[in-house]
Write a protein that binds this ligand. Structure first.
Ligand SMILES: Cc1ncc(COP(=O)(O)O)c(C=O)c1O
Length: 494
């Protein structure tokens, strides 16, 4: 392993070679075969541009816009673009944050701090809301009221029933991450407005592509991909409800530029319908001997790198570019969905109304299938059973998948056949586990026994089967313990 602080500095070429070697062990961020974590438009030259833009501003500090007006100008331009795309009006304001989680934490903070009169503030979310809301509630000591879904979507009536005098914020998704479906935003917005409660739309995931999917219109073009228009497979973007700031009652909305705006990691936008709504988002502190700290977001010192890279990405792709990327993505979704529909042993679990293909089992072990797909170069995201939902496999589809989508069907068929031949996972005998019984020693021996000790994460079916059987609190304890086991300082011998 390399030493981050060698006795003597190391030549740049050697360092870059080391980095390339380290990166070779990662999943491929480009190439349309990784269906989570990364968003790839497959546009020639875009990476180089974004990297160069990042370099211009990497050392610029967003802490003080009067010192670095370049960043303020770029942030205001990004916020304006997001507001234009997402139904904002002349009163709309916003902030650039480091990611979706930060945008959501700040939406909750703004709502909480707008109501200092409420001693025990509460946040109402559908069961499908992103985990970042639970994190926000945890960090900010806001009570979380999780409302059961109607099918895969937020239930407006149940949402209304969950509102109390202490509710400071209601949230819903456009779309949800797990299933890629859009909640009934206009109905929930009307309820929120009626109760005088703020309503945040979490469009972190799909907010940059939904407007373009809608603009594409209802009919799929006759694409060059086989199976591009398949009966029974929903066309992404068709029949979506209104979901943005143009809906009366929506008070804030978040959209991640490092997702479907295809910017490098580290940029999201949080928009508020008015300056007054944004005001409690700020933190200000003058009561110390140093500079007066005024922060719109969680970080104080902030690199300008990601902001400049996002600015360059948006300007390079442009409005018509995003429309073209949405068209490719839409076609890719339908091709993948058609492959699922055509393959015995799996089925679509959610309608493909946005950019997610979510599949469930029809007689095959899904965790074995995920490993078999990975063995064929398709890296998917297994999702554990939750409440009434069975385990599923999630595919986030981006424009880069257009180049690979046609080869998915034969590989899926092969992977299903291989998973069938292997049969379902038979769990090894395990000690009875509770969250309290999870110690570092237990984690270390489990990791060793499951073959994770050497850092090989290609055969995950047994691990996933154990996690799937574990109640959420136990799953959290096991995975926290495992991450903590991984996150140990590198031993250095000099
Ligand atoms: C709907 C939704 N909200 C919030 C987030 C959190 O975003 P981030 O990982 O950038 O913090 C995600 C991430 O996938 C998401 O899909």
């Amino acid at each position: 392993m390399t030493d981050a602080l060698p006795e003597k500095g190391v030549p740049g070429e050697q360092i870059l070679a080391e980095l390339r070697e380290l990166r070779a062990g990662d999943l491929p961020t480009h190439g349309g075969r990784l269906f989570a974590y990364v968003y790839d438009p497959a546009l020639d030259g875009l990476d180089e541009l974004a990297h160069a833009a990042h370099a211009t501003s990497a050392h610029v500090n967003g802490l003080d816009p009067t010192a670095f007006p370049s960043l303020l100008a770029m942030e205001n331009a990004l916020v304006a673009a997001a507001a234009r795309l997402l139904g904002g009006g002349p009163a709309t304001v916003g902030s650039v944050t480091s990611g979706g989680t930060e945008s959501l934490i700040l939406a909750v903070k703004a709502a909480r701090d707008a109501r200092p009169d409420i001693r025990s503030p509460r946040l109402v979310v559908p069961a499908s809301a992103h985990a970042a809301f639970a994190k926000a509630a945890h960090y900010l000591r806001v009570e979380l009221d999780v409302v059961p879904l109607s099918g895969l979507r937020a239930d407006p009536r149940a949402t209304a029933a969950a509102i109390t005098a202490d509710t400071v914020l209601i949230a819903a998704s456009a779309p949800s991450y797990a299933h890629g479906v859009v909640d009934p935003i206009p109905e929930i917005a009307a309820i929120a407005a009626e109760h005088g409660v703020r309503f945040h739309v979490d469009a972190c995931f799909g907010g940059w592509i939904l407007p373009y999917l809608r603009r594409l219109g209802p009919d799929l073009p006759v694409g060059d991909l086989p199976g591009a228009a398949v009966p029974g497979v929903a066309v992404p973007g068709r029949d979506l409800p209104d979901f943005d700031l143009s809906v009366p009652g929506v008070t804030s909305i978040s959209v991640d530029l490092h997702k479907y705006a295809y910017a490098p990691k580290g940029v999201s936008i949080l928009l508020h319908a008015s300056e007054e709504l944004r005001r409690p988002q700020y933190f200000a502190h003058a009561d110390w001997p140093g500079y007066t700290m005024i922060n719109p977001v969680i970080s104080s010192t902030r690199s300008g790198g990601p902001i400049a890279a996002a600015y360059a990405t948006l300007r390079s792709i442009g409005d018509t570019g995003y429309l073209a990327l949405a068209a490719k993505t839409r076609e890719s979704v339908t091709v993948l969905a058609a492959a699922v529909e055509a393959t015995e042993g799996v089925r679509l679990y959610a309608p493909t109304e946005t950019t997610v293909v979510c599949l469930a089992s029809d007689g095959v072990d899904l965790f074995v299938l995920a490993d078999e797909l990975a063995a064929r170069g398709w890296h998917t995201q297994p999702q554990m059973a939750h409440a009434d939902h069975p385990p599923t496999i999630h595919l986030t589809v981006t424009a880069a998948v257009h180049a690979t989508a046609a080869s998915f069907a034969p590989d899926l068929a092969e992977a299903v056949a291989a998973a069938r031949a292997r049969g379902p996972i038979q769990l090894p005998p395990l000690p009875p586990l509770t969250p309290e019984s999870v110690t570092p020693e237990l984690i270390a021996s489990l990791a060793e026994g499951l073959g994770l000790g050497a850092g090989d994460f290609t055969q995950m079916a047994t691990v996933n089967t154990i996690l799937n059987a574990a109640p959420p609190a136990l799953r959290e304890a096991l995975l926290t313990g495992f991450l903590s086991l991984l996150q140990r300082p590198t031993p250095v011998t000099r």
